[in-house]
Ligand binder design. Structure first.
Ligand SMILES: [Zn+2]
Length: 427
C-alpha cells in the first residue's frame, strides 16, 4: 500500500482511487465480533462490505492487500487531548493538588504560535502511529487548528474559553466569537466550544456558550466534577479554588455559593441540553447520574491522567451500568505519559481486571464515536461507514482476540482514515 497521508501532496490519479480489499487473519467490526480470515472492502472513503474473505472478495476486481497475521478493527477515538501542551511531557511531577498543577501550567504554558504548531503536528503524527483515527482536541490559544487541519487525522477542535470576573469573561467571549467566525472547516474537521471548568469560567460565560451552541449548533465540552475542591468551590464558594482565583487578582464578590454539585449547577444553566462531553467526572455524585443519562451526556474518562493526580476510584463502571456513555481520552502529555489509546486501555485492564477487554475496546471505539454524533459513521466497521481502520499485530496464543489486542506485545502497524493510509509501520 502507498503512504499518502499528507493532504498537500499532489497525488497521482491511481493513488486517488482507494478502491481496495484489505485482508487479515482477524477482522473485528466491533469489539464483540471477530471474523477469521476476514476482509474489508473499501471504495473511496467508505466501507462497502465486511466479513469472511471468500465472500467479500467474490466477484470483485479490486486489488487485495493481504496484511497477514494481524487484526483489523475500528480506529481508536481519543475523546480528550490538549496537543498544544505536548512540550510539557514529563516536566511537571505529580502535584499535591490540581490548583498547584494549574499554577505550574500557568507559569510554563506555551504561547509562541510556531512552537505550538510544531508541537501539535508532532502530537497528531504520534496519534496516527498509535492507531488513533479521531481526536477531540482543546485549544486555549487557538493555534492548534491550523496544524490539525494539515493532518489527515479526523478531528474536532474545541476553542477553550475562560474568565471569572466580568471583564475577563467579556474579553474571552470576544476572542471566542472571533475565532469561531474565522475558523476553517473541512470534511475531517469540526469545530466546538469549551468553557474550561466551573472554577475558571463564570456563570455568564457558560450562559453565553450555551447561547452560541444554540445559535450555531456547535458541540460543547467542559472539565466538570474533576476534584472535590471544585465541588467545594461551587457548593460553598470557598476552598483552594477561591484562594487560587484571588491570588490571580480575580474579584469574587459576585460569586455566590450554589449549594449544589458542579453537574447540578451547570444543568441549571442549560449546559447539558446539547449532550456535551463532560471531561473527567471523577467526582460525579449519585444524584448527578440521571441528569447525565437522560440528556445523553458523554463522560470522558482519562485513566492515566486520573491516576497521575491521585484521585479516588473513577465511577466509570457505575456510570456505564446506569446507562451513561463513557468514552476514553489520554488528556495532555502534561499529565499522561503518551497519546496512545492502547496504553490507556491496557492501564484499565491492569487496574480493573474484572472489566472485559471487549468492554474496554468499546470505550475507545463505539462509545467515542457516539460523541461525534450519528452522522460521523465511525467507531465500527460497517457497510456505509467511514473507512477509519486500525491494524494491530497481535501475539499468537489461545486467548481471545480482544485480549491479545490489549496485551503489551500488540503493536499498531496500520492506520487508515477515510480510506487513506495515514501510517504504516516499516516491515
Ligand atoms: Zn483537559
Amino acid at each position: 500500500m502507498r503512504y499518502y497521508c499528507r493532504r498537500r501532496r499532489r497525488q497521482p490519479s491511481y493513488e486517488r482511487s482507494t478502491t481496495m480489499i484489505l485482508r487479515a487473519k482477524y477482522v473485528m467490526p466491533s469489539s464483540h465480533e471477530v471474523f477469521e480470515n476476514g476482509a474489508v472492502r473499501i471504495v473511496n472513503d467508505e466501507i462497502m462490505d465486511v466479513g469472511e474473505f471468500p465472500r467479500v472478495a467474490q466477484g470483485q476486481g479490486e486489488p487485495v492487500h493481504d496484511l497477514g497475521d494481524i487484526a483489523l478493527l475500528p480506529g481508536f477515538i481519543n475523546a480528550h487531548t490538549h496537543l498544544e501542551l505536548g512540550d510539557l511531557a514529563g516536566k511537571i511531577p505529580p502535584p499535591a493538588s490540581l490548583t498547584d498543577w494549574i499554577r505550574r501550567i500557568i507559569a510554563v504554558r506555551p504561547e509562541d504560535a510556531d512552537a505550538i504548531h510544531a508541537t501539535v503536528a508532532a502530537g497528531a503524527e504520534a496519534s496516527l502511529r498509535a492507531g488513533t483515527t479521531t481526536l477531540v482536541d482543546i485549544t486555549a490559544t487557538g493555534h492548534s487548528l491550523a496544524p490539525l487541519m494539515a493532518s489527515q487525522i479526523r478531528k474536532r477542535v474545541h476553542f477553550e474559553t475562560l474568565g471569572f470576573d466580568s471583564l475577563r469573561s467579556e474579553q474571552s467571549l470576544q476572542v471566542l466569537r472571533s475565532r469561531l467566525d474565522s475558523a476553517g472547516r473541512d470534511d475531517l474537521t469540526t469545530i466546538g466550544v469549551s468553557p474550561h471548568a466551573p472554577y475558571s469560567t463564570s456563570e455568564t460565560l457558560y450562559r453565553e456558550c450555551v447561547r452560541i451552541q444554540a445559535e450555531q449548533g456547535l458541540p460543547m465540552c467542559s472539565h466538570v466534577a474533576e476534584t472535590v475542591e471544585e465541588e467545594e468551590f461551587v457548593r460553598d464558594g470557598s476552598g483552594p479554588f477561591a484562594d487560587l482565583l484571588r491570588s490571580l487578582g480575580v474579584d469574587l464578590d459576585d460569586w455566590a455559593p450554589k449549594g449544589v454539585t458542579p453537574v447540578q449547577y451547570l444543568h441549571k444553566l442549560g449546559f447539558f441540553e446539547s449532550s456535551p462531553l463532560l471531561v473527567h467526572g471523577n467526582y460525579i455524585r449519585d444524584d448527578d447520574i440521571p441528569i447525565l443519562r437522560d440528556l445523553n451526556v458523554t463522560v470522558v474518562y482519562c485513566p492515566r491522567s486520573h491516576a497521575y493526580f491521585g484521585h479516588s476510584d473513577h465511577p466509570f463502571e457505575k456510570l456505564f451500568a446506569l446507562g451513561v456513555n463513557i468514552a476514553l481520552g489520554t488528556d495532555s502529555l502534561a499529565s499522561s505519559p503518551s497519546l496512545s489509546m492502547l496504553d490507556e486501555m491496557r492501564f484499565i485492564v491492569d487496574r480493573h481486571p474484572h472489566v472485559s477487554p471487549e468492554r474496554v475496546l468499546t470505550l475507545a471505539m463505539l462509545n467515542g464515536a457516539k460523541t461525534m454524533k450519528v452522522r460521523a459513521r465511525i467507531g465500527g466497521l460497517r457497510s456505509g461507514w467511514k473507512a477509519d481502520i486500525v491494524g494491530v499485530r497481535i501475539p499468537p496464543g489461545a486467548s481471545r482476540v480482544p485480549e491479545r489486542i490489549l496485551s503489551d506485545e500488540a503493536t499498531v502497524i496500520l492506520t487508515m482514515i477515510d480510506g487513506k493510509v495515514c501510517y504504516q509501520a516499516a516491515d
